[in-house]
Ligand binder design. Sequence first.
Ligand SMILES: [Zn+2]
Ligand SMILES: [Zn+2]
Length: 407
Amino acid sequence: MKSTSKLGSMTFRKDPELTVSFYDGSILDTEVDAIVLSASKELRINEEIYKELIKRGNSSAIKNAFAVVRSVRPPGSIHGGAIIVVNVESCDLSWKNLLLAVEPDSFHVTMACKGLFDTVHDLGLTSIATIGFGCGSLKVDSKKAALKLKEAIKQQIEDGKLDKLKEIGIVDRSCSVIKDFMAVFELKVDIPEVKPNDDSSILDFITLDQVNDDVCVICLGELSDKSHFVVAIKKCNHMFHHNCFESYSNQTTLKRCPTCQVFFALPEGNMPRGSTMAHHVITNGGINLEGGRGYISIDYSVPSGIQEATHLRPGVPFHGTHRQAYLPNTPEGHKVLKLLEKAFECRLTFTVGDSITSGAQNVAVWNNIHHKTTLHGGSFGYPDADYLLRVTEELRAAGITEDMTNK
Ligand SMILES: [Zn+2]
Ligand SMILES: [Zn+2]
């Protein structure tokens, strides 16, 4: 195994002192309170690293420590981005704890970084070593991972936490990953050579001499403070810190520029993935809606699953649903069908929540776009002369308009 070498170090906080150091090599060669390792949702770590642990410490105690954490967390109960603590104090290893970062892919890296330092604070650790989150097989951009890690440390310090932590080691076998981390942590480095490549159809990355807005309207901080990447929305050229824009965009369904309100992307809801929508025109049932011949029947199917970060209770399982809805078989009815299909494409039709009608928790529910679920009378049925206009309005409010359906 090649030896670990220190490539650089910086003082991240002065009082009490917190140092961040960067190493090229194996995380197993560090002497700290806890090391951070990637793990699968079944809490398995890289085979080679596991074998090495077994070789270095008390193998039965190590096996037992892993068995204990697995036994209290049944399969399916662990979500990506979670941090799981394995106590290895009695395993004759160099550390007290292993912190398992569960599948910190680009979707969960923010959650993993925050969770990591929450855990470090809660356990009162004085020194930790971590790998570059997800930069290996999960293919997270190393500068993005570095940025998330840095933001998470900053945020904790701003919240008055991590007062016991003195030392963070960032260790990776890939020298280029470590250099990317160093570039992001070094406040002197101003322009990234490699730009994070997500959002590239929507955003331009801006170099400092191109910055012509003064402040980021999301955080009201200076755009030219050199510690953040700056992006501009392609459509309107308004500029923001990349991290501010990203969290803004992740939290809003309507993708509008915070400065000028232009739509920079299609809206995106959080309808469970894998949902389906199909429709049929029924003309032989003897029922005609709103003057059309027969009616349109729509079938929605939402599979059960685990709630995502934007749902009510992330990581908790939810129940899917099957729903039917009906529209008149008229030109107006078909227009609304197209809008509903667009809304479905944008994951706006359903969300996960608690049902007001049944009181059931963690179920797939309609998401503010009202559907007619019966062919007969009552507020969920027909006749209802204003329904098509009302639902068109609701769709407009959700960011779905007729011009989108002509493409
Ligand atoms: Zn900002
Ligand atoms: Zn704008």
